[in-house]
Design a binder for this molecule. Structure first.
Ligand SMILES: [Zn+2]
Length: 104
């Protein structure tokens, strides 16, 4: 068996030429890339995968109750609120069309 060491790489340019650069407010390890100069969190904590997130957000659209959603899925209300905020910032084309239709 070949043992592979997974080296952390820059998520912008895939360079391995990165240096640790302290921690952010949430206590996460940050790095700075010497090649492209980005300054980011090395390993973001991903607690929910995209499918799960979509499922939860869909449920929210149906019920419109953060309290109910957080109880049903065991997700904290601030977490769901943050997802909704993000989603609002990046509206899908289909959502825009729906919004336009209901506007007319
Ligand atoms: Zn880079």
């Amino acid at each position: 068996m070949i043992e592979q060491t997974v080296k952390p790489t820059c998520r912008s340019c895939q360079s391995e030429n990165i240096v640790k650069n302290g921690r952010n407010a949430g206590g996460k390890q940050q790095y700075r890339c010497k090649d492209c100069g980005v300054h980011r969190v090395l390993e973001p904590t991903v607690r929910y995968d995209q499918g799960r997130k979509e499922e939860i957000l869909r449920a929210y659209q149906e019920r419109s109750s953060l309290r109910g959603i957080s109880r049903t899925f065991g997700v904290s209300r601030p977490t769901v609120a943050a997802w909704l905020k993000k989603r609002r910032r990046l509206p899908k084309v289909a959502d825009c069309q729906t919004a336009l239709k209901s506007f007319h």
